[in-house]
Design a protein around this ligand. Structure first.
Ligand code: XMP
Length: 518
């Protein structure tokens, strides 16, 4: 669908391939990641990249049958940059030699010194005679391919930077995409510049293009969208609404597990500001009745996920002629689902999303955020005029407060939790800490404890407060609130929320904990 210059990243399975895409997007370059085993000569031709990057990977090019770049790449006539495994396969395929191990593995920080810095991708490097890089390799190149020259070396990688400038082939042993290679972004900038990219991948251009694509895909048909009030589904809905207006109907399933005033806020924002067809499906009684007496976390998640699909389907059936389902699928989800190395991993929690809907409903998908990373979705949201306070909201899980109420869920506990959470978040905002924190929330613990208030004995619920910093939710650290802040928050919660007489601050990082309690 895109008319932008395209860069192809061939993925050999590195843990950090996505970061290459991030760095390129920051340079306003459009790129896609495709696993090596899906990229053959025909694919290369039809993708028509203006440049190609070969990622790192866990395999050894010395192993028979290990991954390779398509042969057609070497005569395709566009600049190629090989990184780590990508560098090694480039050397091997072009007539060089790679050796396994022999005490020359390098993991972590290293310094590259120039042997010849007359190379355009190194412009602006080596200001201090050497440059810090991040290495992670067991194998190393022992003989470079004909036509290549050495431009930089490190103690354990004599061919840390090599190139054949005439053919525009560049190869580095280190990982320029990670933050531990401080000038890595500059290397990518130089590479895309020499490849002739104009940097035309801007949010404004994306918005125009996405709107045109939605109109072309949907025609005069109807689209339905499950709106959760989160950033992804909200941006999806508003973008599609801008493209097709009244042909879109959104269904907001209120499962009764939302935060204080949240349902009203979501409905008001979309109805008042965007004049969007919105069905507020208040099904809280249904969800809460099915959850009665259930305390097992996975059972809760399965009940909520299953009911969500049933309820959404019920409302969707009422929208005559709907042929499309809009989903806020992001690029990381797309990559994960096609990744060749994505073996089955252990299920820690069954995440609740609308992924089960399309197959069950026989609807075609509209996924206008498929090419975007989370921060790009936020930028698009700003472009579409969503309020900054809304775009910057902390993530909120699909199963809502159910997983912040370990043990049995009751309306009494949910009420207490809603009020306490609101006080806690108010405190965080008042102290100007909200934007420093990835996620903060209160959870109500499945126990009562004894306390003393005034002259009387109390026997009330205990609360856990949680606040973490994180970049992607995969790992997290506890936010280091001051004791004064925690003390003041405890006092406010006990004074303002009836039914709580004890407050804990959860100091568990992830791992070993998870962010949510269930
Ligand atoms: P955990 O608890 O697994 O959470 O460390 C990581 C991030 O995911 C969010 N989360 C969910 N999001 N559906 C969602 O949409 C879910 O079922 C779900 N469970 C956890 C959690 O809030 C955190 O941001």
């Amino acid at each position: 669908m895109t008319q932008h210059d395209r860069l192809l990243i061939i993925d050999f399975g590195s843990q950090v391939t996505q970061l290459i895409a991030r760095r390129l997007r920051e340079l306003n370059v459009y790129c896609e990641i495709h696993p090596y085993n899906k990229v053959d000569d025909a694919f290369l031709k039809s993708f028509a990249p203006k440049a190609v990057i070969l990622s790192g990977g866990p395999d050894s090019v010395t192993r028979a049958g290990s991954p390779r770049a398509p042969e057609a790449l070497w005569s395709f006539g566009v600049p190629v940059l090989g990184i780590c495994y990508g560098q090694q396969t480039m050397m091997q395929q072009l007539g060089g030699l790679v050796e396994h191990g022999h005490g020359t593995a390098e993991f972590g920080r290293a310094f590259v010194t120039p042997t010849n810095d007359n190379l355009s991708i190194l412009d602006g490097w080596f200001a201090d005679g050497r440059e810090q890089v991040w290495m992670s390799h067991g194998d190393h190149v022992s003989k470079i391919a004909p036509g290549f020259q050495v431009y930089g070396t490190s103690p354990n990688a004599p061919f840390a930077v090599t190139a054949d400038p005439a053919r525009h082939f560049y190869a580095v042993q280190f990982h320029p995409e990670v933050h531990h290679t401080p000038k890595g972004a500059k290397l990518y900038e130089n590479f895309v510049k020499l490849a002739g990219f104009s940097g035309d991948w801007t949010m404004d251009a994306y918005r125009e293009q996405a709107i045109a694509a939605i109109r072309a895909q949907v025609g005069d048909k109807k689209v339905i969208c499950a709106l959760s009030g989160g950033v992804d589904s909200s941006v999806t809905a508003i973008l599609i609404h801008e493209a097709i207006g009244d042909q879109l109907t959104c269904v907001f399933v209120d499962h009764g597990l939302l935060r204080l005033g949240e349902a009203e806020q979501v409905v008001a924002m979309f109805s008042d500001n965007y004049n969007l067809n919105l069905i507020h499906a208040d099904e809280s009684e249904l969800f809460l009745s099915k959850l009665e007496g259930v305390s097992d976390p996975e059972t809760k998640r399965k009940i909520i996920g299953g009911l969500f699909i049933d309820v959404f389907q019920k409302y969707a059936n009422g929208i005559e002629g709907a042929e499309f389902l809009a989903q806020g699928t992001l690029y990381p989800d797309v990559i994960e689902s096609v990744s060749f190395s994505g073996g089955p991993s252990v299920t820690i929690k069954s995440h609740h999303n609308v992924g089960g809907l399309p197959a069950k409903m026989g609807l075609k998908l509209v996924e206008p955020l498929r090419e975007l990373f989370k921060d790009e979705v936020r930028a698009l949201g700003r472009e579409l005029g969503l309020p900054a306070s809304f775009i910057g909201r902390h993530p909120f899980p699909g199963p809502g407060l159910a997983i912040r109420c370990p043990g049995e869920i009751t309306t009494e506990k949910l009420d207490i939790l809603r009020q306490a959470d609101a006080v806690y978040i108010d405190q965080i905002r008042k102290h100007g800490l909200y934007d420093e924190i990835w996620q903060a929330f209160a959870a109500i613990l499945p126990m009562k404890t004894v306390g003393v208030m005034g002259d009387g004995r109390t026997y009330d619920y205990a609360l856990a407060l949680r606040a973490v910093t994180s970049v992607d939710g995969m790992t997290a650290d506890t936010y280091p609130f001051s004791h004064d802040f925690l003390g003041e928050t405890m006092t406010r919660i006990i004074n303002e929320v009836k039914g709580v007489n004890r407050v804990f601050y959860d100091i568990t990082s992830k791992p070993p904990g998870t962010i949510e309690l269930e």
